[in-house]
Design a protein around this ligand. Structure first.
Ligand code: BJW
Ligand code: ZN
Length: 235
């Protein structure tokens, strides 16, 4: 345990929302156990069968709508308020960081509560669950899609650039609840580590990042993170 000084970056993944009841992707109860990513989370899948893809997203939106932030989300919002140089980067699309009070969230993979028109490009929020029409359509008549990043698609360039910069200059990086398998997000902690940041991993199990970590907090994020932050505050 060391006193936190200098820029802090936190990268979160599905594991941070697991205790809120949001299913993760990989692992024994992960979404990919039941669904094949190539059938649902690719632009090709959407082009092939937009109704199937939307039904899956509508189901997930209904699940997430019933989920509330957990102590891990809340402690990250506290850290943002307490630390002068703090960046929260998430791969999650569920919006639970914002619901917990985090004000600035770099969403690498988009947000499940936004829709984007495949014809005119208009982006809007739509929180209705279930959606009244599947697939939903834009005022221009075009097909709407979830405003999330699928495999093979580029991440939002401005968000990714800000994330790279924050990762490259931070002194501390916490990596919370991600399997660290999906690129380019998984490279952010590697960049931080290479530039001399202290890497802290919070996860219930090992990941490819574990050998790089300076500190490993093994356990559920909602339990481990508040305890760790309370200990930091005492230093
Ligand atoms: C807990 C816990 C608790 C559980 N407490 N912990 C280089 C090498 C190889 C491949 C590639 C590469 N570059 C690009 C690729 C291809 C691809 C990729 O990475 N593939 C790999 C899988 C092999 N990447 C892409 O395609 C990306 N695009 C791209 O690179 O574009 C380039 C390009 C440029 C220019 C033009 C065109 C293209 C896009 C990736 C998009 C990922 N999208 C998804 C779906 C989002 C929408 C949706 O939600 O439906 O994002 S996939 C899914 O995985 C989702 C997640 O954000 C992402 C990461 O998952 P995450 O968060 O790590 O979750 P899990 O489930 O994997 O892990 C949970 C973890 O929590 C586990 O470790 C548990 O142990 C832990 N845990 N309970 C603490 N209580
Ligand atoms: Zn439109």
């Amino acid at each position: 345990m060391r006193k936190m000084e200098g820029p802090v970056v936190v990268l979160t993944g599905a594991g941070v929302s697991a205790e809120s009841g949001v299913p993760t992707f990989r692992g024994p109860e992960g979404l990919w156990r039941t669904f094949r990513p190539e059938d649902l989370a690719t632009p090709e899948a959407f082009a092939r069968d937009p109704v199937l893809v939307w039904e899956w997203y509508d189901w997930r939106r209904q699940r997430i709508a019933n989920c509330r932030p957990n102590p891990a989300h809340r402690v990250l919002a506290e850290m943002e308020a307490a630390l002068p140089d703090f960046t929260l980067i998430t791969q999650n699309v569920d919006g639970l960081h914002q619901a917990a009070g985090s004000r600035r969230v770099l969403e690498l993979h988009g947000n499940i509560w936004r829709v984007r028109c495949t014809r005119c490009g208009r982006v809007g929020e739509d929180r209705r669950v279930p959606l009244p029409e599947i697939p939903p359509r834009c005022a221009c008549g075009g097909l709407l899609r979830p405003d999330v990043v699928w495999f093979g698609e580029p991440l939002p360039p401005a968000v990714l650039e800000e994330a790279w910069e924050a990762a490259a200059r931070c002194r501390w990086m916490l990596v919370v609840g991600t399997s660290a398998l999906v690129q380019p997000a998984a490279s952010l902690p590697v960049v931080a580590h290479r530039n001399g940041a202290r890497l802290i991993e919070v996860n219930v199990s090992d990941t490819p990042l574990t050998p790089l970590a300076d500190e490993v907090l093994r356990g559920p994020a909602g339990e481990v993170l508040p305890r760790w932050w309370a200990a930091c505050a005492r230093l």
